[in-house]
Design a protein around this ligand. Structure first.
Ligand SMILES: NC(=O)c1ccc[n+]([C@@H]2O[C@H](COP(=O)([O-])OP(=O)(O)OC[C@H]3O[C@@H](n4cnc5c(N)ncnc54)[C@H](OP(=O)(O)O)[C@@H]3O)[C@@H](O)[C@H]2O)c1
Length: 280
């Protein structure tokens, strides 16, 4: 069962798994056709979650749902806590009750992204700077507390097709260029953009290999937001001139955006024998 199958990551996992497994999923507000049976679910309603589990009786639960917008989490920390912490605990209890395998999608934002001299490995100290990062880290702690066989996947700047057409990091660039907006991108903010189809492949391989633990799941190349946006523009037939370079250090966003969240996913590659790609 994929919680949040209407989101970019959940939908890609649905697409990758639907022909080989009996997969169902949930949506909250957006009933997109993602090729699997979808149930409406509000994570904040514990009784509704319990009824969902009683009905589906899942043996694997992939949690891709939650509060995923960094600025929104800053504006509404209570909501972020309810979705990324409280609901995660409710889900953990149900996963245990059904003796299911729990997979939690986490984020590179659990790291600070400042004062580092190499890419983050799984054991590095987490020091989130945002409400989003803090709540995701609390979610991770709960998953570890409840399940011995937990899988926690820390993903980064997800790109690829989303059911809404607006969730992929590349879709955001293209949509903005198509609207003739001046797309501004930071030259001093670095990420390892991750293909959503690769994330889905990783989930399947980790599950089929019966792996557990925490894994960084990211693309093989660290780029600035500006380099990423230029790559996306050019690959889609637009000029780099559609992207304007700006500096994070001069931006009002500098307190909630981390300069360098580069991660290493060597641990993952060793266990799944699959090389993640970078398309731009
Ligand atoms: N996208 C990224 O770049 C990125 C980077 C790092 C980590 N992550 C993590 O990866 C996971 C998946 O992220 P994503 O980008 O795929 O998410 P997304 O596209 O923003 O989708 C979020 C999902 O959560 C559901 N949802 C929101 N509020 C809900 C509620 N109250 N009750 C039940 N469901 C609710 C949404 O349902 P509706 O759309 O139907 O309302 C949607 O299915 C998240 O844990 C996120 O923190 C994402």
């Amino acid at each position: 069962m994929i919680l949040g199958a209407s989101g970019i990551t959940g939908a890609a996992i649905a697409k990758r798994t639907k022909s080989d497994y009996n997969v169902s999923g949930t949506y909250f507000q957006n009933d997109y056709a993602v090729g699997i049976k979808l149930f409406k679910n509000n994570l904040k309603n514990k009784e509704e979650l319990k009824n969902l589990f009683d009905f589906v009786k899942p043996n694997v639960v992939i949690n891709c749902a939650g509060a995923t917008s960094i600025p929104e989490c800053e504006k509404n920390p209570e909501e972020a806590y309810l979705l990324n912490v409280k609901a995660v605990e409710d889900i953990c209890m149900l996963v245990d009750k059904f003796k299911a395998k729990g997979i939690f999608l986490s984020t590179d934002s659990i790291f600070s992204g400042v004062n580092k001299n190499r890419d983050y490995v799984e054991e590095d100290v987490a020091k989130p700077r945002t409400v989003y990062g803090k709540t995701k880290l609390e979610g991770e702690a709960l998953v570890k507390k409840y399940h011995n066989n937990h899988l926690i996947l820390r993903i980064s700047l997800v790109y690829g097709n989303s059911p809404s057409g607006i969730r992929g990091a590349d879709e955001k660039v293209i949509n903005s260029i198509k609207r003739n907006e001046n797309y501004k991108a930071f030259t001093d903010e670095f990420r390892c953009p991750t293909s959503v189809d690769d994330i889905a492949e990783v989930v399947v391989r980790l599950l089929e290999g019966n792996h557990q633990g925490i894994y960084n799941v990211c693309g093989p190349v660290k780029v600035s937001r500006y380099e990423f946006a230029c790559g996306v523009a050019v690959r889609n037939g637009y000029s780099e001139n559609n992207v304007t370079p700006v500096l994070l250090v001069e931006s009002s966003d500098r307190d909630i955006r981390s300069p360098d969240l580069g991660m290493s996913c060597e641990k993952l590659i060793k266990v799944i024998n699959y090389k993640l790609n970078y398309h731009y």
